[in-house]
Structures are given as C-alpha cells and as structure tokens.
Design a protein around this ligand. Structure first.
Ligand SMILES: CC(C)(COP(=O)(O)OP(=O)(O)OC[C@H]1O[C@@H](n2cnc3c(N)ncnc32)[C@H](O)[C@@H]1OP(=O)(O)O)[C@@H](O)C(=O)NCCC(=O)NCCS
Length: 203
C-alpha cells in the first residue's frame, strides 16, 4: 500500500460503519461484531508477536479472542473497532475501562494496524475514534502502553498529545521468554476537549 501524503478523509466519522480514504485506499471502520471472530483471529495471528506485546493478553489465542468479543459485543463493556480494506481486516482498536474500579474515569486504548497498511494515516484516525468513544462514555483520562522500542507508535501517540507517564521495566514476556520494558503514555482527554470547546472546536 502507498504511504500517506495527506490526512485521511472520512465520511461521517464517528458513526459506524463509515468509510475513510487512506491515501487512495478505501477503508471501512465498523464496530466489532459477533461474526468477526474468524477474520480477526486471522488478522491477529498474522501480526508479528512483538506487535501484540503491548496488550496484557495474547489476542492470537482463540479463548482470548472469544472473551474480547463477549466483553465488547454482548456485555458492551469494551468499545472496539475493526478497520477493513477490500474486505480484509487491516486494523482494530479496543477501549478497556472498568466502571466498577477506583478508576472509572480512565480508559486504556489499544490500537494495532497490519504491517502492510502502516503509514497511511489509519493509526492516527483510529486513535481519534478512540478519543471520541472515550468522551462519549464519560472517560476523562486515556492511557496507552507499548514496548519502548516501538518508536513509531510512541512518536504517533506523542504527536496526538499523549505524554510518557511510567516506565515498567521487564514488564512483559514474549513466547520465547524474553522480557521487554513497557512505556505507559497518558492523555487528559477531558481537559483537551474543554480547550477545544473554548476555541469553538468542540465537535
Ligand atoms: C502504532 C500504529 C497503530 C500506527 O499505525 P499507522 O497506521 O502506521 O499510523 P499512521 O499512518 O496514522 O501514522 C503514523 C505516524 O507516525 C509516524 N511514524 C511512523 N513510524 C515512525 C518512526 N519510526 N519514527 C517517527 N515517526 C514515525 C508517521 O510519520 C506518521 O506521522 P504523520 O501522520 O505525521 O505523517 C502501528 O504502527 C502499530 O500497529 N504498531 C504495533 C502496535 C502498537 O505498538 N500499538 C500501539 C500501542 S496502543
């Protein structure tokens, strides 16, 4: 796929499904649905293991995938999006939050784009969708975590206002047993929305 030269253009973004022009590639963004399991498993299993380490669970495992779909679709506790190009899954998001915890105002955003669809602007668009979903369910703070060597991912999140908040040493262990450091970035989405509203950019 061609690399992005301009920001993606979306029709009626934030309603689902909607389509997005990612530098000439037509991408559909939709909510995760009950029948998406097989497609999503194929997507997850094709990703390099290293790209999955930022998630606390291995979505390449069928039982983890089933639990994710149940949380998102049946229990409606984890808003999740799926991006497709030419009918094939090329990215997804999940917004973890727990109304019953001491951090009901906080959510963790997880975003992954397939290696051959990177650099088109899809990751940026999916993070923006995550902001909107977070605000729509009343979250005030978003965090995202990734291994410290994911320089592109860190640069992207920082360009969108996230700031490093914690470094977790040897925090995840890959399937070969090697441990990796995790950086946690955070974003005060409620304050950002307040500033946008003051500038008349609330929508
Ligand atoms: C992070 C990720 C979702 C980004 O997806 P993407 O579709 O490639 O992102 P985009 O095309 O929207 O934007 C990439 C931006 O990062 C920049 N970028 C990419 N690689 C970079 C690097 N190595 N150094 C600096 N900037 C980089 C691009 O220039 C672009 O910036 P621009 O919009 O100003 O041009 C994708 O790389 C991924 O799935 N990584 C593995 C999973 C992960 O670590 N997720 C983050 C944890 S939630």
């Amino acid at each position: 796929m061609k690399k992005a030269t301009s920001a993606p253009k979306a029709d009626a973004a934030h309603t689902y499904p909607h389509n997005l022009d990612c530098n000439g590639t037509d991408v559909q963004i939709d909510l995760l649905r009950a029948g998406d399991e097989d497609e999503l498993m194929a997507f997850a299993q094709a990703l390099p293991e290293h790209d999955l380490l930022f998630m606390s669970r291995d979505i390449g495992q069928p039982r983890v995938m089933k639990a994710w779909i149940r949380e998102s679709v049946e229990l409606r506790r984890m808003p999740s999006l799926v991006a497709r190009a030419r009918g094939k899954v090329i990215g997804c998001t999940a917004l973890m939050h727990d109304d019953h915890s001491w951090s009901p105002h906080m959510g963790e955003l997880r975003v992954v784009v397939s290696a051959d669809a990177r650099g088109l602007g899809l990751g940026r668009h999916l993070i923006q969708e995550g902001f909107v979903q977070a605000l729509s369910i009343g979250l005030e703070k978003l965090v995202a975590q990734m291994t410290t060597d994911q320089r592109g991912a860190i640069a992207l999140f920082e360009s969108m206002g996230f700031r490093p908040e914690a470094l977790l040493a040897a925090h995840v262990r890959d399937r070969s047993g090697r441990k990796h450091d995790i950086v946690m970035l955070s974003h005060d989405v409620a304050a950002a929305q307040g500033r946008m509203a003051v500038m008349g950019l609330g929508e």
